[in-house]
Write a protein that binds this ligand. Structure first.
Ligand SMILES: *Cc1c(COP(=O)(O)O)cnc(C)c1O
Length: 470
């Protein structure tokens, strides 16, 4: 029955209950589930997702969140504190990503609800700005194949044609000539990642930005993943390509506070080299019976709790706190990558290149199907994210991996997993794990599409399909 989460333990609410339950009961039930689910990642064996993993930090954020959870950040006359929090989150993020180096614009930003939110706002801003300033009515956008799926989603939503430039499957580096060839008079912007989700590698941002500037199009840097950790790479003795506003031609950067910014989920920043681009996506309506309406981004009402707790995370950590966490994560990632390199049959994607992985890394094998490793490591509690073209698996190293013993456990379990993979390969057996964000496998056919739709339906509809609880 575990297909229907918790149906065997708790009542299933298929209708709004007539009578409410005591708050203590409600909280006790929720606490049981939450505590059990936290145990899953507290082992340090889960890639990404729990970037901080420190319950004391979460409690602090909860306190900050609780003060404003009921506040609507859209109504600023009632909550001037939100103007302070949001403005300072933007200012601090701009500072971290070197907006001080900008001489050809007035840097500005937006706080959004996540990486996808920041990417969507960037796409709308570019589309509107290109329409206003260049008369573009058939917009297109160019991404390296490694650019996040959220760009495809945004293009789908906003009627923008997506053009994809190939990457070298060994180095993960984008083909710059291909990008150049895809840009035309209707291109609103191109993008590069720092680092990309799949491999953690950094695109040649300076080269891409120079190309964008030369062709008069925008250049978005997707630093959703790296934005709050890569600025501290130098502190760990790492040399990485410049990717922020110091690079001329970079016009927008997305950086997720809800990843390595250690804020609650539902928070990200989108930063603009120049305010005019941000303001191109502003919306207001003068002649509505409900009154004059305005919202600076896509959301209407917004949670004051999220903005306030994001601010609280940033000012409580400070550069010092971020630096300390970052250095530990870089060092742990380096140790884990050394473990992978100790197996000659494994290969880290983009290793040894200019944009080589530093905190999130992916590996594959030319000798056996890499998903055999997942088959073996999954039951031991490890959760990697899977990739395809080539099949590979990645670990975004977070605070939980920096705990004592995790790297040693990784070394021991990986050695056993490699032995297992050789056995399965020799026996001609196929791996049963597969590569899809979120964890389902398949090909490119209709059956796989149908299956994925069913998975999404299940996320939303499953409880309704249940028989009423006994
Ligand atoms: C996570 C991520 C995104 C999307 O962010 P969400 O917060 O999941 O919406 C975009 N780009 C990169 C590189 C990411 O790692």
């Amino acid at each position: 029955m575990n297909d229907y989460p918790y149906a065997d333990r708790y009542a299933v609410n298929r209708t709004l209950p007539e009578h409410g339950r005591p708050r203590t009961d409600v909280l006790a039930e929720m606490r049981e589930m939450a505590t059990e689910e936290d145990a899953f990642w507290e082992t340090g064996k889960i890639s990404g997702t729990m970037y901080c993993g420190d319950h004391e930090h979460y409690e602090f954020l909860n306190e900050a969140f609780g003060m404003y959870a009921h506040v609507n950040a859209l109504q600023r006359d009632m909550c001037p504190s939100q103007t302070k929090y949001e403005g300072e989150v933007i200012a601090m993020a701009l500072d971290l990503l070197h907006a001080d180096a900008v001489e050809d614009g007035a840097p500005a930003g937006l706080v959004t609800t996540g990486g996808t939110g920041s990417i969507l706002h960037a796409l709308v801003a570019y589309r509107e700005h290109a329409r206003e300033t260049r008369g573009v009515t058939q917009p297109n956008f160019v991404k390296p194949e490694t650019g996040h799926a959220a760009f495809d989603k945004g293009c789908h939503l906003f009627g923008i044609e997506m053009r994809v430039a190939p990457v070298d499957p060994r180095t993960t580096a984008v083909d710059l000539d291909a990008v150049a060839g895809l840009i035309d008079e209707n291109t609103i912007a191109i993008m590069g990642s720092a680092g990309n989700y799949a491999y953690g590698t950094i695109d040649p941002i300076a080269e891409l930005a120079a190309l964008a500037a030369e062709r008069g199009v925008g250049m978005h840097v997707d630093a959703c993943l790296g934005g709050f950790i890569l600025p501290f790479a130098e502190d760990a003795g790492l040399k990485i390509p410049e990717f922020d506003f110091r690079v001329s031609g970079v016009t927008t950067i997305s950086a997720d506070t809800h990843k390595y910014g250690y804020a609650f989920k539902g928070s990200s920043t989108l930063l603009f080299r120049d305010k005019a681009l941000r303001n191109a996506q502003y919306f207001h309506l003068l002649d509505w019976s409900g009154g004059k309406y305005m919202s600076p981004g896509m959301e209407g009402s917004r949670s004051g709790g999220l903005i306030a707790s994001t601010w609280a995370a940033m000012v409580s950590l400070g550069r010092e706190g971020y630096r300390e966490h970052a250095v530990e994560i870089f060092e742990t990632a380096a140790s884990m990558m050394d473990v992978v390199r100790s197996h000659p049959e494994l290969r880290i994607m983009g290793d040894g290149t200019a944009g080589a992985p530093t905190f999130c890394f992916s590996f594959t094998s030319d000798e056996f199907e890499i998903y055999h490793l997942v088959d073996f490591l999954g039951p031991k509690g490890w959760r990697f994210n899977g990739q395809q073209y080539p099949n590979a698996i990645h670990m975004a190293v977070t605070r939980p991996q920096t705990r004592a013993g995790v790297v040693d456990a990784f070394a021991a379990d990986l050695a056993d997993a490699v032995a297992y993979a050789h056995e399965k390969h020799a026996a001609g057996e196929e791996a049963f794990s597969g590569a899809i964000y979120g964890g389902v496998a398949g090909g490119l056919d209709q059956a796989t599409s149908d299956f994925i739709v069913m998975v999404m339906d299940d996320m939303l509809d499953k409880q309704q399909a249940l028989p009423p609880a006994p």
